[in-house]
Design a binder for this molecule. Sequence first.
Ligand SMILES: Nc1ncnc2c1ncn2[C@@H]1O[C@H](COP(=O)(O)OP(=O)(O)O)[C@@H](O)[C@H]1O
Ligand SMILES: N[C@@H](CCC(=O)OP(=O)(O)O)C(=O)O
Length: 379
Amino acid sequence: MVDTSVSGRSVLKNGRRWVIKIGSALLTADGKGLDESGIRSWVAQMAELRNQGVELVLVSSGAIAAGMSRLGWQARPSAMHELQVAAAVGQMGLSQTWQSAFAEHGIETAQVLLTHADLSNRQRYLNARSALSTMLSLGVIPVINENDCVVTDEIRFGDNDTLGALAANLVEADVLVLLTDQDGLFTADPRTNPDAVLVDEKRASDSSLDAMAGEGKGALGRGGMFTKLRASRLAARSGASTVIAGGRIEQVIERLKDGESLGTLLLPDEERTLARKRWLAGHLRMKGRLVLDAGAVRALKEAGSSLLPVGVRGVEGVFQRGEMVACVSPDGAEVARGLVNYSSEQVGKVLGMPSHQMPAVLGFAGEPELVHRDNMVVL
Ligand SMILES: Nc1ncnc2c1ncn2[C@@H]1O[C@H](COP(=O)(O)OP(=O)(O)O)[C@@H](O)[C@H]1O
Ligand SMILES: N[C@@H](CCC(=O)OP(=O)(O)O)C(=O)O
């Protein structure tokens, strides 16, 4: 059997796409507003990573803590509507601070506010995926936070670690970095266990980690190591490796990229393409079929291409954008399956058509592919 496992710090040296999540505990200078000098330092390091050719997505917490400081509130409120107001006020300062710090390095940023529910909806998932990949291709750094005004559970539990993992799944990142106020995952919470030692490297799936992470919670950020470990397992599903590391360690981001043994590295059990194929192949219900011509079958199987309408002869079933369809050969054999960019009704209107004619027929300019290669598994 082929060994598809991955190991070691080389995944950080070689990773081309990173999601970096910076938690409230770090960003907010122990509750006294945003730590602007910390932010400038992380930005300088991220700019350096960008120069080395790494594509970056930033997940930034800290809106509630920043809002509390702007509103002059000393203690974190417990009422949901007050938390939401703090997040909304604080988010203004948060995105402004990131934007101006990145601008000093000539880098554009984009504010992206998401909820977990957005990413479990197939259509919104595809929308977010296509917006984020366009940002990355333009060299814009997406700065993601939870859309706190429309959620309640996530605010209550203060969990942007999960959002970081979902972002890593979404953009198919190689690496998820969770920067926090501790140097990594320790064998027990170092705040209460001075003898605890740092875990260097494990499989994310290793069950011995559960007891270490416990349900410990920080004072400002609230998920503790429990949500970080859970996030690493979620990220592993799309083959990403997670590092939990101390954001105040000098030049931590650059040193991780150089392969230095800092923080805790949690590795996936299998590499990315295999993990994604398993996810696509097993987890979604098929809603319809696209009947391909012989040329399109060859393009998918041999050239690794996306599926364009020009090679599609027929459509069966009723489906919406973002749902799973089978791509079948003229004799009905399944060739591939994937997430479709258009509804069955729209596909029916563009069968056999060159992509550049689609906007005139559909009345809007969408993706040129019916199923993008990245959202497809060839069988
Ligand atoms: N085994 C552990 N190793 C390290 N930190 C732990 C552990 N268990 C619990 N913690 C706690 O997790 C906190 C970090 O999580 P959190 O406050 O949610 O940070 P963030 O805002 O960065 O997500 C630490 O301050 C620490 O007290
Ligand atoms: N989205 C909210 C809360 C997120 C939060 O605190 O998460 P975390 O940093 O993982 O503990 C905020 O920006 O304040």
